[in-house]
Write a protein of this length. Structure first.
Length: 623
């Protein structure tokens, strides 16, 4: 018997395991009716949560927001699981009846077991979906059009640079690209062409953002321009703190493959403080910006720095030829040769070629071209600073304007900040009250002439069309040139004082108050105290500041002041009676202010022609 082996095991453990299995399986059938009731109850809760989520999504989409992908996935799961649960609930009574009726015991038990197991599993899925549906956020702001189309002109000489930049967009390594060069050399034109090309082929990017930064940029201004594109521009957004805006912008952009085009960068833009994810070789973001300075390329962390050069002699002539036109060039045998001499004096600068070319487009006599060459040669062609060369060249377009009225009107535009949208009717009102349109005795006729002047300045490329229908803009190079003329070339030195958008000005440095026209707009001034002596002052821009107080005595020595704008100073609630002593005042702009009551003696301003009270919503009394 030694070959027998002994096997021992715990009968008790095996019995317990079998019993647990039997009990677990039996619960599918024994608790079927209870589980079906629970399934119906939990499904109702899930449907209620689904309806709540749908309501929130609908409300968000009415506000042009976009539902989150996880929300859409959850809603789809609810629909699928809900339909399956409905079918189980519908078939439940039949399965319960099978259990009660007997019949083929084994067959009924197996069917009920399978059905009960499905009910239990579906119940767990529905409870889990309820938990998943507790969304804090169901939608986010939807991006606007992928690319904002901008008007473009055919380029001359920029094609090789455009090809190089496009190649960098297709590569991963170059996250930040800086385009630098002289003002007026074509950097903005190049950026516009990049934008246009992206509108036809996004090459894998989700969205293209275009922001004009300008010299007086702030973090808030850049944020505002970006939020319009990413769909954050609403009252709730405007009331958020800077840090909250940073979080919102970063949250949206970090989920997108974007190209950010920054135009006219004068100093480093802190992308982090704006909320922009910093492009690098490890992500799918790209930044291309334009600037006049190589140093800014370094400050911005540009991996690629591309200088936009002036045009070659051949390219410059092609551009100049296009702007002058074949009709003029062929009008006399000598003109084409003279025109090449004029084009040569432009030094390949596209802005000068375009501006002077258009100014000469109607000159069909050789004498006109010879005179043009003489005038241009009065100023040295090669100066130490290229800016001075540019101003000298552009001044020819200014001198070529038909009359002093148009020249005065152009210089007046430089009182506004660079890249500022200038309302045309308001501008013409200022011209009229300054006496530039003196041959007219009423504002309606003056406006007709004013619009004619604006169109002439637009045609001469000395002004540009604004974003809005009734607005114009002055290119920063033209603005600089106009101020250079007003300050240096005019008979009266320091005729213009413009510190618009300059935050560190000493507004009441009386030595600076000797000019004829002054602009301290967009400068963050909160109060003005003192008594500046400025008997020659005719125009004073104090608009778009934070003015609360203008002290007594401030207007005491401004007897020749004709135009005064205090618009967009919401905290300015009252004016001193002293304003009635401005006996020469013809235009007073109090629009968008908090003025509650006009001074009683305002009716003493016998020369007042224009009083702008638009959106002075707190005004209660007019004398």
């Amino acid at each position: 018997m030694g070959n027998l082996c002994s096997i021992s095991f715990s009968t008790e453990d095996s019995v317990y395991r079998c019993w647990d299995c039997i009990v677990g399986q039996a619960s599918y059938t024994c608790k079927l009716e209870d589980n079906l009731k629970a399934l119906k109850k939990e499904l109702a809760k899930l449907n209620a949560r689904r309806d709540d989520v749908n309501r929130r999504v609908d409300l968000a989409e009415q506000q042009h927001m976009e539902r989150l992908n996880e929300v859409q996935l959850w809603l789809s799961s609810v629909q699928t699981v809900g339909a399956e649960a409905e079918e189980l609930i519908e078939n439940g009574p039949q399965e319960i009846q099978k259990l009660c009726s007997g019949g083929c015991f084994f067959k009924n038990c197996k069917s009920s077991y399978n059905f009960g197991k499905q009910v239990t599993i579906k119940l767990a899925e529905i409870v889990d979906l309820q938990k998943q549906g507790d969304f804090k956020i169901v939608a986010e702001n939807k991006l606007a059009a992928q690319v904002d189309l901008k008007p473009t002109e055919p380029t001359v000489g920029l094609e090789p640079t455009l090809v190089k930049v496009w190649r960098l967009l297709e590569e991963k390594d170059a996250g930040i690209v800086g385009l630098y060069g002289l003002g007026g050399v074509g950097k903005t034109t190049l950026l516009t062409q990049i934008n246009k090309k992206l509108s036809n082929n996004l090459i894998g990017y989700d969205v293209v953002l275009w922001v004009v930064v300008s010299k007086d940029h702030t973090i808030q201004k850049v944020q505002e321009k970006i939020d319009e594109k990413v769909g954050l521009s609403n009252e709730l957004w405007k009331n958020k703190s800077c840090d909250e805006k940073v979080t919102d912008i970063f949250r949206i952009l970090s989920k997108k493959k974007f190209v950010l085009l920054l135009d006219d960068v004068w100093e480093r833009v802190d992308l982090i403080k704006v909320g922009i994810p910093v492009p690098n070789k490890d992500n799918s973001f790209k930044l291309i910006f334009t600037t006049r300075y190589l140093e800014v390329c370094g400050e911005m962390g540009a991996r690629e720095k591309i200088k936009v050069e002036c045009l070659s002699t051949y390219e410059a002539w092609k551009l100049f030829e296009e702007k002058v036109g074949e009709e003029t060039l062929d009008s006399h045998p000598d003109i084409r040769g003279l025109a090449k001499q004029v084009a040569a004096t432009c030094g390949g600068l596209p802005l000068a070629l375009i501006t002077i070319g258009r100014a000469m487009a109607c000159k069909k006599m050789p004498q006109d071209w010879k005179y043009a060459i003489e005038v241009l040669e009065e100023f040295p062609h090669k100066l130490a600073r290229m800016d001075q060369q540019m101003y000298s060249l552009l001044k020819f377009s200014y001198d070529s304007l038909p009359n002093d009225t148009m020249r005065s009107c152009l210089l007046y535009c430089s009182l506004h900040p660079e890249d500022f949208e200038i309302n045309t009717d308001g501008l013409i009102d200022y011209w009229f009250c300054e006496g530039f349109l003196g041959e007219f005795d009423n504002i309606s006729r003056a406006r007709m002439q004013g619009h004619n002047i604006i169109n002439s300045l637009l045609n001469a490329c000395l002004l540009e069309k604004g974003t809005y229908a009734e607005s114009v803009m002055m290119h920063d190079v033209i603005s600089d040139m106009a101020l250079w003329i007003a300050r240096v070339c005019e008979a009266v030195e320091k005729k213009f004082l413009v510190q618009a958008g300059v935050r560190s000005i000493k507004a009441l440095d009386v030595e600076n108050w000797k000019g004829v026209r002054m602009s301290l707009a967009y400068s963050g001034i909160e109060d003005i105290r003192g008594t500046p002596i400025c008997p020659n002052l005719q125009t004073l821009f104090l608009n778009t500041n934070k003015l609360r107080v203008i002290s007594d005595g401030f207007f005491q020595f401004m007897h020749n002041l004709r135009v005064l704008t205090l618009s967009t100073n919401w905290e300015l609630c009252e004016l001193s009676e002293e304003i009635s002593e401005l006996v020469s005042l013809e235009c007073l702009d109090l629009s968008y202010t908090g003025i509650r009551e006009l001074p009683i003696k305002l009716n003493r301003l016998s020369k007042l022609k224009c009083l702008n009270l638009m959106q002075a919503n707190f005004l209660q009394k007019i004398p």
